[in-house]
Design a protein. Structure first.
Length: 289
């Protein structure tokens, strides 16, 4: 279907090619670097498979990421504007990256160059498939006939209903990202402790509970879902190359909460660089984060 405006997102949204196409999204690939080799995190044209990427991390290699520059945003958005399309740009949480500032800088310049076009940049205050779910909601609004201004306003007013619950398998990745001290990472690894984290109203990723072992992490995530979920229509689950673990969570959610639809996705390499292999997350609409 032809729309008057396009929805553009960065690849931190971590939706696979099938969902990107289904919801008519346009994704700006982000870069990650392993052993000096630059790769594109592009769901439509990956330079390596996600499994290959996680195998490199398991082998001890380190991945570095780079945020999207204003110049890259400008280069990606300009062709749509030249074609007479308006642009709704959604961006990875400003509390986790400087990407939103880059997006705003590009949008402000493009508004001057294309004064007849409507361009909106919305801070999703979300991460990974939580950001992807945010974009799915934007696409569904557009499908219902919602105009670009109304959609941008709706997204800003409803973004805090998208909840994220994470657990990580390797605490050293949280240590590298500054979210856990070296001593806590060492002790936690020794005691098989697993943090459960969530994304706050400010868009930050913070730990809420610490449990012992993977099964208890699943239990805590399901219990948190029961307390805060708005409905049981659908949830999204993402894993870092550990689909069996993801399906354990999906089965619990379906059996205990009557969830009608579970959509499985995978953490892409950019987010995966910071959470590590075997990370797991649940995303859903909630009464509060």
């Amino acid at each position: 279907m032809e729309y008057s405006y396009v929805i553009v997102a960065d690849s931190c949204e971590d939706l696979d090619a099938e969902l990107v196409k289904e919801y008519g999204l346009n994704v700006i690939p982000m870069e990650y670097i392993v052993d000096g080799q630059v790769h594109l995190d592009d769901p439509l044209n990956r330079t390596q498979t996600v499994h290959e990427f996680y195998e490199e991390l398991r082998a001890g290699k380190v991945s570095h990421t780079a945020q999207i520059t204003p110049e890259k945003y400008t280069e990606f958005l300009t062709p749509f504007l030249e074609q007479g399309k308006d642009v709704l740009l959604t961006v990875f949480s400003s509390a986790l990256s400087g990407t939103y500032l880059s997006a705003k800088k590009a949008v402000d310049a493009l508004k001057e160059k294309f004064p007849e076009r409507k361009i909106f940049a919305v801070d999703s205050l979300s991460a990974s498939v939580g950001e992807g779910y945010f974009n799915i909601l934007a696409s569904r609004n557009r499908e219902k006939g919602m105009g670009i201004e109304e959609n941008a306003k709706w997204l800003e007013e409803n973004r805090l209903t998208v909840s994220h619950l994470f657990t990580v398998d390797n605490l050293n990745f949280l240590k590298r990202g500054g979210r856990l001290s070296a001593s806590k990472a060492f002790l936690g690894t020794l005691l098989l402790l697993k943090p459960v984290l969530h994304v706050t109203d400010e868009g930050k990723l913070v730990p809420t509970h610490t449990v012992r072992g993977r099964k208890q992490a699943l239990r805590k995530i399901v219990d948190e879902y029961k307390e805060t979920a708005l409905n049981s229509d659908e949830v999204l689950i993402s894993d870092a190359d550990d689909r069996d673990y993801a399906r354990q969570l999906g089965k619990m959610i379906e059996e205990e909460c009557g969830v009608k639809s579970v959509i499985y996705q995978t953490f892409g390499p950019v987010i995966g660089s910071h959470v590590g292999p075997n990370c797991l997350a649940l995303y859903f609409l909630s009464k509060k984060r």
